[in-house]
Design a protein around this ligand. Structure first.
Ligand code: ADQ
Length: 483
């Protein structure tokens, strides 16, 4: 990594935590490590609303040479910027759900003004040789606003979610403005090469740009590096979580839950049901309804699993202020009730759905107890659950990952997991059947392949390669990935 290039300044919607006490997500784990090594600033929203909104006083907390500085938003800013434009327009659109995307000029206006306010509030805190790294779909315009404010240093951008094909993205009224604004960054990072290609295709078809060597693209007089930087997890840290006492307690609880009680004195001891787990924020992009249908089909078409397979779906509520999410919850609960009503027996409930959060250690224990992890998003930038599941397994008796072909993680894990089309119910049921019956030797061989990928493509590696590319800027030269 190009150390000594100046501080790292990270800008993201939410800030921290700097130390992973068992709750940090992928973005926080990757960034906090690099911020602590270099010293720097992490700037974002405080999570609070107040009357003055983005005009409020800055709040700063310093820890391990890192300043974590936040500002509030007003209720109107939160509605227009966060719920409105970010989550009613951009989130569905970028996840290929034009049918769910809503566009209105009021939230477009507020989104731009919040980007502008964040830029003008962070600008006085910047030093000339800072490397500024802006994150995610909340801040498409922030780099160009920083340029307007006069910042001349390096600015990079990373999109955590997919970038949809130009045929879909061009439906967004502001699509040209957004991509032109993105060109103010020096390096634009995506999760996968598919996302990068979609972005480059938009630049070429809609803005008359051209593809240059070294993963660069030129539009008018702007040349930017556009490259895939797949995000990872702290694999070693996660593997340690999985053997912590808290993980052990959760693994044990699930072991008890899956024990088949027998009243037959001639039976040879206890038997255990095979546990299938799913862990996702309750979001329509995660393909939960389609997954439930796949499990129902498993019980229909492979009746030997009745009474011997059990599905636990952990789905913490998310964005419950939005109608699409309220509707999804209703449908999921209804379908869970339908499946249980149809197949349950007095001593077996086929499907359990839980909306509570868990600590990362507890979650690692849940992954470790599972024979199969079902990760079937309809579209996902990366999907860290797939990688966490792999890191949490016991080498002696690893579980099987069933993964959607539409998750970014497919690029790194497909040689070891079972790939499914989440829209194809028979395919999901067949993959589950295969996973539940996979011999130990095959499970171990597949897991080794995935383990290698998860332990080499870590969060620290993601962070270092992005910062390295940003420090080199337009000098960055790297051969194109094969199309
Ligand atoms: P998300 O859509 O949130 O992230 P994902 O990558 O799976 O999706 O990360 C979810 C995180 O939440 C995981 O670390 C998981 O362990 C945690 N989690 C889930 N349920 C939990 C529960 N009940 N209790 C505690 N923790 C829970 C976005 C993009 C992804 C991309 C990431 C990172 O949508 O595609 O991988 O950012 O870039």
């Amino acid at each position: 990594m190009a150390e000594g290039q100046g501080r790292l300044v990270a800008i993201s919607n939410r800030v921290g935590p700097l130390n992973d006490e068992g709750k940090a997500g992928g973005l926080a784990v990757g960034l906090s490590d690099a911020l602590k090594r270099r010293g720097g600033l992490w700037f974002g929203w405080s999570g609070e609303t107040s009357e003055k909104g983005t005009f409020c006083e800055l709040k700063t907390e310093v820890q391990d040479h890192v300043s974590m500085t936040t500002i509030d938003m007003s209720a109107e800013e939160l509605e227009g910027f966060y719920f409105g434009y970010s989550n009613r327009s951009l989130w569905p659109l970028l996840h290929y759900r034009l049918d769910l995307a809503e566009f209105d000029r009021q939230s477009d206006r507020i989104y731009r003004s919040v980007n502008q306010r964040f830029a003008s509030r962070v600008m006085p805190l910047l030093e000339e040789d800072d490397l500024v790294w802006v994150h995610d779909y909340h801040f498409f315009y922030l780099g160009s606003e920083l340029r307007q404010c006069g910042f001349k240093g390096r600015i990079g951008y990373f999109l955590h979610i997919p970038f949809c094909p130009p045929e879909i993205f061009s439906a967004l009224p502001a699509s040209h403005d957004i991509v032109r604004a993105l060109l103010a960054y020096d390096v634009i990072g995506f999760q996968t090469d598919t996302d990068r290609r979609n972005f480059v295709a938009f630049c070429i078809r809609e803005l008359g740009g051209e593809k240059l060597s070294g993963q660069r693209v030129r539009v008018g007089d702007r040349t930017v590096v556009a490259r895939a930087f797949p995000i990872g997890i702290d694999a070693q840290g996660y593997a340690r979580f999985a053997v912590s006492p808290e993980a052990g307690e959760h693994e044990e609880m699930l072991h008890d839950l899956t024990r088949v009680r027998t009243s037959n004195p001639d039976a040879d001891g206890d038997a255990w049901r095979k546990l299938i787990v799913g862990v996702d924020r309750m979001d329509y992009s995660k393909g939960l309804l389609e997954r439930f249908r796949g499990f129902e089909r498993l019980l229909e078409d492979y009746p030997e699993n009745r009474g011997s397979a059990q599905f636990l779906q952990v789905a913490p509520l998310s964005r419950s202020e939005l109608d699409a999410y309220v509707e999804l919850r209703r449908e999921l609960e209804e379908m869970a009730g339908h499946i249980n009503g149809r197949f349950a027996t007095l001593d077996w409930t086929p499907l359990q759905i839980m909306t509570r959060g868990f600590t990362r250690r507890a979650l690692a224990g849940i992954y470790r107890a599972a024979r199969v992890c079902l990760v079937t998003p309809l579209r996902d930038g990366m999907n860290l659950v797939a990688k966490e599941f792999v890191a949490a397994q016991d080498a002696e008796d690893p579980g099987v990952l069933v993964l959607s072909r539409f998750a970014g993680a497919r690029a790194e894990l497909e040689a070891g997991c079972i790939i499914v089309n989440p829209y194809n119910t028979d395919d999901v049921a067949g993959a589950l059947q295969r996973a539940l019956n996979m011999p130990l030797e095959e499970r171990q061989r597949r897991w080794e392949i995935m383990r290698e990928a998860v332990f080499s493509g870590t969060a620290a590696h993601w962070c270092d390669s992005f910062i390295d590319a940003l420090a080199r800027g337009a000098d960055f030269d790297e051969p194109e990935a094969s199309e």
